[in-house]
Design a protein around this ligand. Structure first.
Ligand SMILES: NC(=O)c1ccc[n+]([C@@H]2O[C@H](COP(=O)([O-])OP(=O)(O)OC[C@H]3O[C@@H](n4cnc5c(N)ncnc54)[C@H](OP(=O)(O)O)[C@@H]3O)[C@@H](O)[C@H]2O)c1
Length: 319
């Protein structure tokens, strides 16, 4: 059966890779992508995207309209844009009324959040909060994340859309993503390049190839209309391997030294005041992807250490 899909973030690291996976898994689907540059139209059309619309996240009427035309909406663009998310919710609300009048199921929304939602304020110090591991299979854990946390206001809007039955809404919250993406635009992630361009805390990571597999599994579950116990049971952390940022930074320094980009492999501590971009590496966010594993997610891509050299080289090539 052909579905109409609207994807946001198709030129991004996550969105581009998710788009390629969906095109491979569902070649007959009609995909519409919103992009802000005309230079993205050709590459996306070549990949098999049906319609490429030029616009930005500030074009809220356009977002409502494009969302209202879709059976499946996938937002891989921005985990923090509340007006954008509200416009998407307005769009699925319109779609759900049309679908109800035609006796069709609710539209599906897959939203991208991030494990920043459970990050603490350790800022490089050891704190009790660093011991807590948040489990996506615990409704208590997912319900109890405070509204003040990063991404959370947007996530709450998505939960509300599901609770209000405007759509069937799923949230995927990846941890640090590593590895080279497969999309037509940006192919590198955020945290590792941040470290390459400029800790001691525990965090987790997921390879982009494993992450796209989780999107496909969640999408397939949504399409199968599996009845879930609650809206909070549609939240998935995407995290696999735990790492300590200090170890990763030391390994990056060694790689940069070996390729003669820095004069010494020694690392030194810097304060967040000196390098505010490093704040994501200085806090703990520890999560357990039990829900993903329970629906058959089997991540097996190379580890963060195994792909680090590739990520460093890709970052330097883009810099
Ligand atoms: N990468 C990670 O490790 C990671 C982990 C967890 C969560 N996340 C979250 O996931 C989201 C996407 O991350 P990413 O790494 O895929 O980012 P990215 O590579 O920068 O992609 C962002 C995408 O959104 C589009 N976009 C951004 N602002 C826009 C606007 N105002 N109007 C139209 N399009 C806009 C970009 O378009 P252009 O191509 O025109 O720039 C691009 O397609 C972010 O919210 C991030 O915080 C990322």
């Amino acid at each position: 059966m052909t579905h109409r899909v609207f994807i946001l973030g198709a030129t991004g690291y996550i969105g581009g890779s998710v788009l390629v996976s969906i095109l491979q898994a569902y070649p007959t689907w009609e995909i519409t992508a919103l992009v802000r540059s005309t230079s993205s139209v050709g590459p996306l059309k070549e990949l098999g995207v049906h319609e490429v619309v030029i616009g930005t996240h500030e074009d809220l009427e356009l977002i409502v309209n494009l969302t209202s035309l879709a059976d499946v909406v996938i937002n891989c663009a921005d985990a923090d844009d509340l007006p954008l998310t509200r416009a998407i919710v307005d769009g699925v609300k319109i779609r759900s009324k049309i679908n109800a009048s035609e006796s069709k199921g609710k539209p599906i929304l897959i939203h991208t959040s991030g494990t920043g939602v459970i990050s603490d304020q350790a800022e490089g110090e050891f704190m009790e909060s660093g011991k807590k591991i948040w489990n996506d299979n615990s409704e208590y854990d997912i319900r109890s994340i405070p509204a003040e946390q990063p991404h959370r206001l947007v996530d709450l809007e998505v939960f509300r859309a599901d609770l209000s039955e405007y759509c069937s809404a799923y949230i995927i919250a990846p941890s640090t993503i590593y590895g080279t993406g497969t999309g037509p635009g940006n192919r590198i992630s955020q945290q590792i390049p941040t470290a390459v361009r400029t800790a001691v805390k525990r965090s987790q990571a997921v390879h982009i190839a494993d992450l796209t597999k989780l999107y496909l599994l969640v999408l397939s579950r949504a399409l199968s209309r599996v009845s879930e116990p609650s809206s909070y049971a549609k939240f998935y952390f995407a995290s696999v391997q735990e790492h300590v940022w200090g170890d990763v930074i030391r390994q990056i320094a060694q790689i940069l030294y070996e390729i003669k980009r820095i004069p010494s492999p020694d690392v030194k501590s810097v304060s967040l005041r000196e390098e505010p971009d490093l704040r994501y590496l200085a806090n703990n966010s520890r999560s357990m992807s039990e829900r993903g594993f329970s629906i058959g997610w089997k991540p097996h891509a190379p580890s963060i250490e195994e792909t680090l050299e590739e990520d460093v080289v890709a970052t330097l090539a883009k810099a």
